[in-house]
Design a protein around this ligand. Sequence first.
Ligand SMILES: NC(=O)c1ccc[n+]([C@@H]2O[C@H](COP(=O)([O-])OP(=O)(O)OC[C@H]3O[C@@H](n4cnc5c(N)ncnc54)[C@H](OP(=O)(O)O)[C@@H]3O)[C@@H](O)[C@H]2O)c1
Length: 217
Amino acid sequence: MQPLQVKYYNWSGSKEAYGKSPHLRKLTYFIACSVDGFIADVHGDATAMYAYVDEEFLDFLKTDHPETMPTHGRRALGLDDLENKRFDTVIQGRASYDVALKEGVTSPYAHLRQYVASRTLGESPSPDVEIIADGLLDKVRELKAEDGGLDIYLCGGSRVAGELFDEIDELVIKTYPIVYGTGMPMFGAAFDVARFSFGGVRSFGNGAVVRTYGRER
Ligand SMILES: NC(=O)c1ccc[n+]([C@@H]2O[C@H](COP(=O)([O-])OP(=O)(O)OC[C@H]3O[C@@H](n4cnc5c(N)ncnc54)[C@H](OP(=O)(O)O)[C@@H]3O)[C@@H](O)[C@H]2O)c1
C-alpha cells in the first residue's frame, strides 16, 4: 500500500488564487496552530511551535512567505533583503504586538505597513506602526479597497482574528504536530458557520502541514 503522504498537492500560494473579489486586496489569516487548533497556550505562549521552523520550513517561508518573518528574525538570518511576495501590510492585535515589545522590538515588520489594534496603547512606540484605536473593521475594509498593491497579512491573535472574521478572505494554517489540550483558539469570538474551499496543502519532513483555504462568498 502507498503511504498516505502528499508532498505537494495543488499548492497554491499565488495572489490570484481564489476567494477574492478582483477589486479587493485579500485579508489572509496566516497562522501557526497546534493539531488541536490552538495558536498558543493559555498564557499566550506560542514558543513550543518555533522548533518546527527547521531548514526545510525556513526555505518554504523564504520562498513563499518571506514577509511573514519578523524583521529582527530576518536580520539574524542574513535575510534582510527578501522581497515581499504576498503581502505589503500587516495587522495585529496589541497582545500579539506585545510579544515583540517585550523583546524590545517596536517595529517587528519594518518591511510592511504595520497596523496594531489597541484602545490602550495611545501613542505608537514606533513611527513605523499605526495604532488603530477606533473603527478597526472600517479601517480593514478601507485597506482592502485600496487600489493595487499586495494582500494584507492578518498576523493574529485570537481576539482580533475573531473580530475580523467576516473580512477574512483566506486562511493559511501552519499546523505543527503538537497538542496543547487547551489554549488560545484560532478565533476568539463566536460567529456563524462559514464555508471555505480547500486551496492546497504542503507537508514537511518534521510533520508540519500548511493548508490554504479560500473564503466562499
Ligand atoms: N500562533 C501564531 O502564529 C500566533 C500569531 C500571532 C499571535 N499569537 C499569539 O496570540 C497571542 C495574543 O492573542 P490575543 O487573542 O490574546 O490578543 P490579540 O488579538 O493579539 O490582541 C488583542 C488586543 O487587541 C486590541 N483590540 C482588539 N479588538 C480591537 C478593536 N476592535 N479595536 C481596537 N483594538 C482592539 C485590544 O488591545 P488593548 O487591550 O490595548 O485595547 C485587545 O486587548 C499572543 O500571546 C501570541 O503568542 C500566535
